[in-house]
Design a protein around this ligand. Structure first.
Ligand SMILES: Nc1ncnc2c1ncn2[C@@H]1O[C@H](COP(=O)(O)OP(=O)(O)OP(=O)(O)O)[C@@H](O)[C@H]1O
Length: 501
C-alpha cells in the first residue's frame, strides 16, 4: 500500500518534470529510481536467502533488538516472531549482549537449558559493523557441530582461493614453507614423517621465524585436516582466565559462571590445538595440561566427571624451555611429554641463502596486492642479504610490504630510504652485530610502524592538497571516505565540516 503511494507520487513528479522540460532533474530522478529498485531487489534476495538458508537464523539491530528470525530459528527456540520482533532476545544470557560487549564474533557450546535447545547445538553471534565502525546488526545462528565443521572447511577453501598464496592441504601444504636451506629441507622431511601421526610436536625458534607456518603445514598434512584447528596464544590470555578458556567450566563453578562453558580443548576435539608461547603456560595449570596429554581427558572447572578427548597437540615457543625448567617455571615431565617430536626453526640470519627467495616471494605477493610491478635492484638485494633480520621472516615481510607501498614501477625506493627502515644505526641484532653498508650514513628513523604512519599521513595530506574534497582525496588514495575520516582523526589532520559529510 505504502509502496503504491510512493510509486504514484514518483510518477506524478516525473510527469511534471517532463512537462516543464527539466531533462537534467528528470534524468537524475530516474537514476535514483533505478538505484532504489536495485537496493529493494537485493533486500528481497537477502530475505529469501535467510528464509532458505537451511540454518536457524536470527538478526538483531545494534542494540540487540530482534529485527528478523526465520522459521527454523523460531522452531528451535520456540519463540514466536510476532512476540519477539522488536524486543531483546528473551534468554537469561542473550548472545547479542555478549557480542555487543565484546564487539566481536562469539561462539560457544549451548548447555541445553538456556536456549531450550537439544544438546549439541552451537550458538554463534556475528557482529556487522557499518562503515563508521558502529555495530549495526548481529547475526545469530544455531548450528550442529557438523555444520560448523562444514562451514569452517568452506571458509578455509574460500580464504585460500582469495589469497591464492597459501595452499595448506596435503603434500601441497609444504609449499607454503619456503626455503632451500638444508635445515628447512630437513624440517619439510620431518613434517612429512610426523604430520600423519598423532604425535605431539614441539616447535621452537625465534619470534617471526616461521613456527606457525610449520604448525599449519603439519595440520594441513595430517588426517585431521578437515577437523578444527584451534590456535591459542598462551601468553596473550591472563593466567587467571586461561584455565576457563582452555578447560571450560560447569554452571555455578564460580561466581559469574551462569552457564556451562566449553573450553578450547573441547572445541578442538577430534582436531588439532596449537599452544603458542607454551613457555608462558602457568605453572599451576601445567598438571592439567599433562593430564590431557597423558590420559586424553580433562575436568571442566567445577565438575568431577572427566571429559574424554581426542586432540592432537602442537606446542610452539621462542623461550628456552630448558632454562625455564632450571628456574622452576616449567615442569620437566611436561617438557618431555610435549617434545616427543621436536622441530627447531632456525632464525633467518642462519639461512641467508633463503633471504632473496623470501624477499621476491613477498615482493610478488604485495606487488599483486597493491598492483605494482616493482623490482629489487642489486644494491638493495645485497643489503637485504647482509642484514641480520632480528625480527626474522616477519620483519622481512613488513619491510617488503613497506618497500612496495613506497615504490613505483621504475621509481623504486632508494637504498638510503631502505636503510632508514632497517634502522641500521640503532638496531642491535640478537647476535650483537650491526650492519652499516659502506658509504651509508644511517638516518634517524623510528620504528617501522612510525615510519609507515608518517608516510601514510604525508600521503593523505598530499591527496587533500591536490583535491578539493575528502571524498575525492579518498578516491585518489583508493580508500573509502570513512577510512580517510578515521585516519584523519588518528593523524590529527583537520577536515573541513563539509568534507566529513
Ligand atoms: N619459510 C617461510 N615461508 C613463507 N613464509 C614464511 C616463512 N616463515 C615465516 N613466514 C611468514 O612470516 C610471518 C611470521 O611467521 P610465523 O607467524 O609463522 O612466525 P612465528 O615463529 O610463529 O612467530 P611468533 O613466535 O611471533 O608467533 C608470517 O607471515 C609467515 O607467513
Amino acid at each position: 500500500m505504502q509502496e503504491n503511494n510512493w510509486e504514484k507520487t514518483l510518477e506524478q513528479l516525473k510527469q511534471e518534470l517532463k512537462e516543464t522540460g527539466d531533462a537534467a532533474r528528470l534524468g537524475r530522478l530516474e537514476q535514483l529510481e533505478r538505484e532504489f529498485q536495485q537496493a529493494l531487489s537485493e533486500r528481497v534476495d537477502i530475505r529469501e536467502f535467510c528464509e532458505n538458508s537451511g540454518q536457524a537464523l536470527c538478526i538483531t539491530d545494534g542494540q540487540g533488538h530482534i529485527t528478523y528470525m526465520n522459521d527454523l530459528y523460531a522452531q528451535e527456540t520456540r519463540l514466536r516472531a510476532s512476540e519477539a520482533l522488536g524486543k531483546p532476545e528473551p534468554f537469561q544470557e542473550p548472545i547479542s549482549l555478549q557480542v555487543m560487549e565484546r564487539q566481536q564474533a562469539v561462539t560457544f557450546g549451548n548447555d541445553g537449558s538456556r536456549l531450550e535447545l537439544s544438546n549439541g547445538r552451537i550458538v554463534s553471534g556475528v557482529p556487522i559493523f557499518g562503515p563508521d565502525g558502529e555495530l549495526r546488526h548481529i547475526v545469530i545462528t544455531l548450528s550442529t557441530e557438523e555444520l560448523i565443521y562444514q562451514r569452517y572447511r568452506e571458509l578455509r577453501k574460500l580464504m585460500n582461493k582469495k589469497e591464492s598464496v597459501r595452499i595448506v592441504e596435503g603434500e601441497d601444504a609444504l609449499q607454503s614453507l619456503l626455503g632451500k636451506n638444508p635445515a628447512i629441507r630437513e624440517i619439510r622431511s620431518l613434517i612429512r614423517k610426523a604430520a600423519p601421526t598423532d604425535a605431539t610436536i614441539l616447535i621452537t625458534g625465534e619470534s617471526g621465524s616461521g613456527k606457525e607456518v610449520v604448525a599449519d603445514c603439519i595440520y594441513g598434512m595430517s588426517r585431521r585436516k578437515d577437523k578444527p584447528f584451534v590456535k591459542i596464544n598462551c601468553a596473550a590470555i591472563p593466567p587467571n582466565l586461561l584455565e576457563a578458556e582452555l578447560f571450560g567450566y560447569e554452571r555455578g563453578a564460580f561466581t559469574g559462571a551462569n552457564a556451562r562453558k566449553i573450553g578450547l580443548f573441547e572445541v578442538a576435539n577430534h582436531g588439532t590445538i596449537l599452544l603458542d608461547e607454551i613457555g608462558d603456560f602457568p605453572l599451576e595449570l601445567q598438571p592439567k595440561l599433562l593430564r590431557v596429554l597423558q590420559q586424553g581427558e580433562l575436568y571442566r572447572i567445577g565438575c568431577s566427571t572427566p571429559v574424554k578427548l581426542d586432540v592432537r597437540v602442537i606446542a610452539a615457543t621462542n623461550a628456552n624451555l630448558k632454562y625455564r625448567m632450571q628456574e622452576g617455571t616449567f615442569r620437566e615431565d611436561l617438557y618431555y611429554r610435549l617434545s616427543v617430536f621436536p622441530v627447531r626453526v632456525p632464525p633467518l640470519r642462519e639461512r641467508r641463502e633463503d633471504i632473496l627467495g623470501l624477499a621476491n616471494y613477498f615482493l610478488e605477493m604485495y606487488g599483486k596486492k597493491y598492483s605494482r610491478a616493482v623490482t629489487l635492484p642489486t644494491d638493495i638485494c645485497r643489503v637485504l642479504e647482509q642484514y641480520d633480520w632480528p625480527g626474522n621472516v616477519r620483519e622481512m615481510q613488513n619491510v617488503i610490504e613497506y618497500y612496495v607501498i613506497c615504490s613505483e614501477e621504475g621509481n623504486e625506493m632508494s637504498l638510503e630510504q631502505l636503510a632508514r627502515v632497517l634502522q641500521f644505526s640503532q638496531q642491535d641484532t640478537p647476535t650483537g652485530s650491526r650492519l652499516h653498508p659502506a658509504g651509508e650514513s644511517p638516518a634517524a628513523g623510528g620504528t617501522l610502524f612510525e615510519l609507515r604512519d608518517n608516510y601514510e599521513k604525508q600521503l593523505i595530506q598530499d591527496a587533500l592538497r591536490q583535491t578539493s574534497s575528502a571524498r575525492q582525496a579518498a578516491r585518489m588514495l583508493g580508500i573509502f571516505p570513512s577510512s580517510l575520516y578515521r585516519k584523519a582523526q588518528k593523524y590529527n589532520i583537520h577536515l573541513a565540516e563539509e568534507e566529513i559529510e
